[in-house]
Design a protein. Structure first.
Length: 257
């Protein structure tokens, strides 16, 4: 209850009367080394690993296109030529923009910072190609757009309950309060939510940030400090495809719903 005796409400959780505009741009992070996926990734970049007949990169890009997002950026570093060749083979390949990190791997934060001129939008999706999700009753990316409130949020992260995070073997990433605000898992504790690798970010979160190798976690912590990092719970399936063994296991779980 608030000091005045009125219960606090969470306007972001109320679905708007009209369909919200989807952020116009998305970046798919596809530059990583995929070291845990070796020996598969000795000759194949992890985003091109096939699960259930489709590459991880295509799973992500197909979600992006289905949501009606027009501007798409993919970053490349490890075995970059293979990734670019694959993108050229897609029906929409000539419209996908490449952020080239061949000279230096910039990690998640630096990769997005370098791609800002290509994204060319006040807010945008960032999606890790490492993970795979299946929509529930709602289109996940469109649902996130309905809840996105840039006046009060610097980031909106798609969260997966720890108990439903297939292939994940950690202790969770975040806690979430009744308004959807995120906080870090205390070091020795277990947190109820795992970050899915799918998010909407404000461009202004990168103000003053240099293009250098760093993790997006640095910016998450800044947003948490201002009470501006929020989460939304995923209602469908989510899989962390982190090892060679996880490829077949994920395909099997997907086949059985």
């Amino acid at each position: 209850m608030s000091a005045g005796g009125h219960r606090a409400t969470a306007p972001r959780l109320v679905r708007p009367a009209i369909e919200a505009a989807v952020p116009p741009a998305a970046m798919v992070l596809a530059a990583g080394l995929g070291t845990r996926m070796r020996p598969v990734t000795d000759t194949c970049p992890k985003p091109l690993v096939r699960v259930a007949g489709k590459t991880l990169l295509d799973w992500a890009l197909d979600h992006v296109r289905a949501a009606g997002i027009g501007r798409v950026v993919v970053n490349v570093h490890y075995l970059a030529d293979q990734v670019e060749d694959h993108l050229r083979g897609r029906a929409d390949g000539d419209t996908i923009l490449i952020s080239d990190e061949r000279d230096r791997l910039l990690e998640t934060g630096g990769g997005v910072a370098k791609a800002l001129p290509l994204l060319d939008a006040p807010d945008f999706y960032v999606i890790n190609a490492d993970n795979l999700w299946v929509d529930g009753l709602l289109d996940t990316l469109r649902h996130m757009a309905r809840l996105w409130q840039p006046d009060t949020m610097d980031g909106l992260l798609l969260m997966v309950p720890l108990a439903r995070a297939e292939g994940y073997d950690g202790r969770g990433d975040f806690r979430m309060d009744g308004l959807g605000r995120l906080s870090r898992r205390p070091e020795t504790k277990v947190a109820p939510f795992v970050f899915s690798g799918v998010q909407i970010l404000r461009r202004s979160l990168f103000d003053g940030v240099a293009v250098e190798p760093f993790s997006l976690n640095r910016l998450y912590d800044r947003a948490i400090g201002g009470g501006r990092l929020y989460g939304v719970v995923h209602t469908g399936q989510w899989f962390h495809v982190g090892t060679p063994e996880a490829i077949g296991r994920t395909a099997e779980l997907m086949a059985h719903g």
